[in-house]
Ligand binder design. Structure first.
Ligand SMILES: [Zn+2]
Ligand SMILES: [Zn+2]
Length: 179
């Protein structure tokens, strides 16, 4: 099976018997756009299995691994997020499916002119689906000082020790104690 970037030549599978499988290892450094705000750091690795089914090829991906560069929502620094997707699958049809628009983003087709399957859109959708809901560099990220904006992971700022930063309530306590 020939491979170029994320495209695999499936010519030999198109006329193969039902259930015929081909396993491949994908390790690719070619970049592709996931989303404007998501920077993908190559390589991307995955185990790929192509299986001939009725008028289609079933594609099963396992152990998808890649790194993304994200921005921490607490301290605003860039950090590398290691994404691991255990398993994902799609069916790539040979012909247009009845009742489904050709440009339906959830329906995939084998490129019957070039006899290839391009996995980019499949991978892009899976990466977005597995995107972390909370983007923080570390669970223990201390974030930025609310007064001076210093990154508190890099050490204490000048405001450290002030009532304002450490114990906002202690200021209130002092006020109460006056009475
Ligand atoms: Zn952070
Ligand atoms: Zn500060």
């Amino acid at each position: 099976m020939q491979k170029k970037g994320y495209s695999f030549g499936v010519g030999e599978l198109i006329h193969a018997d039902h259930g015929t499988r081909i396993r491949m290892e994908l390790e690719e450094s070619e970049l592709f756009s996931i989303d404007e705000n998501i920077i993908f750091k190559p390589p991307l690795k995955a185990d790929v299995t192509f299986m001939k089914i009725d008028n289609a090829i079933h594609v099963n991906l396992e152990n998808i691994m890649l790194n993304l560069q994200l921005i921490c929502s607490k301290c605003l620094s860039k950090f590398i997020y290691k994404m691991k997707i255990p398993q994902a699958e799609r069916v790539y049809y040979f012909e247009k499916q009845r009742g489904i628009e050709m440009d339906d983003i959830d329906t995939f087709y084998v490129d019957m002119k070039r006899l290839v399957i391009d996995l980019k859109e499949f991978l892009r959708q899976e990466i977005i689906l597995h995107f972390p809901q909370v983007q923080v560099c570390l669970k223990s990220c201390k974030g930025l000082c609310s007064k001076c904006g210093s990154n508190l992971n890099k050490g204490r700022c000048k405001c450290a020790g002030s009532d304002y930063q450490n114990k906002p309530l202690s200021v209130l306590k002092k006020l109460y104690n006056k009475f």
